[in-house]
Write a protein that binds this ligand. Sequence first.
Ligand code: FES
Ligand code: FES
Length: 160
Amino acid sequence: MDARITLTVNGDKRTVVTDPQRPLLDVLREQLHVTGPKYGCGEGRCGACTVLMDGRRTLACVVPVGSADKKTITTIEGLADGDRLHPVQQAFLDEGAIQCGYCTSGMILSAVALLNENPRPTDEQIIEGMNGNLCRCNGYTKIMNAVRRAAANIAEVKKP
Ligand code: FES
Ligand code: FES
């Protein structure tokens, strides 16, 4: 049976009436037209659909939309501050850490979640924090460089 679900997506309150078991990713992409999160495997194995739910890294393809009721969802579309890219987005651009781009929004959201929790990660912590996000283009070296650069840039901004 359909349910009425209210969620805040990138700062906007949205209400949908749908099957609460439907994957959050389907609702975002097909009903709310938020297409930054991508469909890769559909079974929690690739990270292409990564979003933040109440700030936590979340695989939108395996989370039923009913569990997002009254939650805050952030996708790649909600990261920039007006014309100013989020430092992680900027670092991915500066490092050229994007090839076909299919994994990129999920990679960036995972990196944002990682750096929010641990602003100065070691390389091992970056690898662990990004574990689960796959890049078919095998761009891992540049992606690592981008996460390192984002951490350094955020630390620079926070310097007293
Ligand atoms: S599409 Fe969600 S993890 Fe692959
Ligand atoms: S840039 Fe193509 S899958 Fe990662």
